[in-house]
Design a protein around this ligand. Structure first.
Ligand SMILES: [Ca+2]
Length: 416
């Protein structure tokens, strides 16, 4: 949940891997903007002695950023290097789940739990809706996705974890900035360092805020004088989530979007987040709302290409993407919310028979596209929006449906 997550050139399905290893997707690389870029990192060769040296070299920079010596020294006292966290940060999975498996796992029984939680916290959620204009089912769905409604908030000490990742992670600058943000939170008195716990990569509390997001968006909604996203009471965390979404473009009274039925022969050049039309324009193109009713304005999302379901996404879907820049994640929030509200799930069929491409096959697709002059923005095995655009351009050049979807057929076409 950083406000900078759009910088992640993440594959839509990367979340499937990360969710499986307890890491929220809300960590973007390079977000520190170079402020702490002068510090050497250990590059995976860290040691306790190297860590302590790093802490001492980092101290003047933290103090220059407004952290008091007392706050720094007390929060860092006893902090030690944690090679296990570095190992988690470097873990790469060769396969990611297909979106249908990811959605099945993400939504599943959480719909019923979410309904119960929405009932249990009905009064709080009504106040949050009134204040921020974000529907309760969306707020509860984010809660369910991020910590399984508070059950999985994480108990890793955040300061030593962030210091370890700043010293020896793949994205040292990003974590150095988050470490300063964490120290700023401690200095503000919202929490002390012993109680600042969360997931190993720095996401904290019921809705897994990174420290920088906490500073920008957390609110003291229950009025006890502290912004507390860590305790059993989720009130502040839920309100902070609504605050985050509202500040990132949530429009009260609008939906996230809807599933749509595309007409036969639909022009897939019109699909993708870069193309937006009004509801009446979509209707004129033959796009219908699944289940009937007016089509909203927005963009068409077809995560599994022409053979899978399609969605019309609005500005509010984009606000969820600011929470986590994965289409799969945002669809999971949307449909968990639908389940919590008692509305139908996805009606179209996914191409469940498709074999999952490995990350090296995805990298090969990117390499072959680049070799043919279609710019994927790099070769990292993660098919994000840039790669999807390159795939569309390649498909157009071959006269096949330009749905931007990578499957074994696309790979075969590129290899030939
Ligand atoms: Ca509070």
């Amino acid at each position: 949940m950083t406000r900078r997550i759009l910088r992640i050139a993440t594959a839509a399905l990367l979340i499937g891997t990360l969710a499986g290893c307890g890491m929220s997707l809300n960590q973007g690389p390079g977000a520190a903007g170079g402020q702490f870029g002068g510090l050497p990192t250990a590059g995976g060769q860290g040691s306790q002695a190297g860590f302590q040296n790093w802490v001492q070299s980092f101290r003047p920079r933290a103090l220059a950023a407004g952290i008091s010596a007392a706050t720094f020294d007390s929060a860092m006292a006893g902090a030690h290097y944690q090679p296990g966290i570095v190992a988690l940060d470097r873990k790469q999975s060769e396969f990611t789940k297909p979106i249908w498996d990811y959605l099945d796992g993400a939504i599943g029984p959480r719909g019923a739990t979410g309904r119960a939680k929405a009932g249990q916290h009905a009064a709080t959620l009504s106040s949050i809706e009134a204040r921020y204009g974000v529907p309760r089912e969306i707020v509860v769905a984010v809660w369910g996705m991020e910590s399984n409604f508070g059950a999985g908030r994480g108990n890793t000490q955040i300061v030593p974890a962030l210091a370890t990742l700043a010293y020896d992670g793949r994205r040292g600058e990003f974590f150095a900035a988050e470490l300063v943000a964490a120290l700023r939170i401690i200095q503000s008195g919202d929490v002390d360092s012993a109680h600042m716990v969360g997931s190993w990569a720095g996401a904290m509390g019921h809705t897994q805020f990174m420290p920088s997001s906490f500073l920008s968006h957390a609110v003291d909604f229950n009025g006890d004088g502290r912004r507390d996203i860590w305790s059993d009471d989720p009130t502040d965390a839920l309100a902070s989530t609504a605050s985050y979404l509202r500040q990132n473009g949530w429009r009260p009274g609008q939906s996230w979007g809807t599933e749509v039925i595309l007409p036969p022969g639909f022009d897939f050049n019109q699909a993708g987040k870069s193309v937006q039309h009004s509801g009446s324009q979509w209707a004129a193109m033959g796009v219908r709302r699944a289940g009937g009713g007016p089509v909203p304005s927005g963009s068409i999302l077809a995560p599994a290409g022409a053979r899978g379901p399609a969605f019309l996404i609005t500005e509010n879907f984009r606000a969820i993407l600011k929470y986590n820049a994965s289409d799969s994640y945002a669809l999971a929030v949307a449909y968990l919310a639908e389940a919590i509200a008692g509305r139908p799930g996805i009606q179209g069929d996914w191409p469940r028979g498709d074999r999952t491409l490995s990350n090296s096959e995805k990298a090969e697709i990117q390499r072959l596209l680049m070799a043919r002059g279609f710019d994927t923005g790099g070769v990292d095995g993660k098919l994000g929006s840039r790669s999807a655009e390159a795939i569309r351009a390649f498909q157009r050049s071959r006269g096949v449906t330009p749905d931007g979807y990578a499957d074994t057929r696309l790979l075969a076409m590129l290899r030939s």
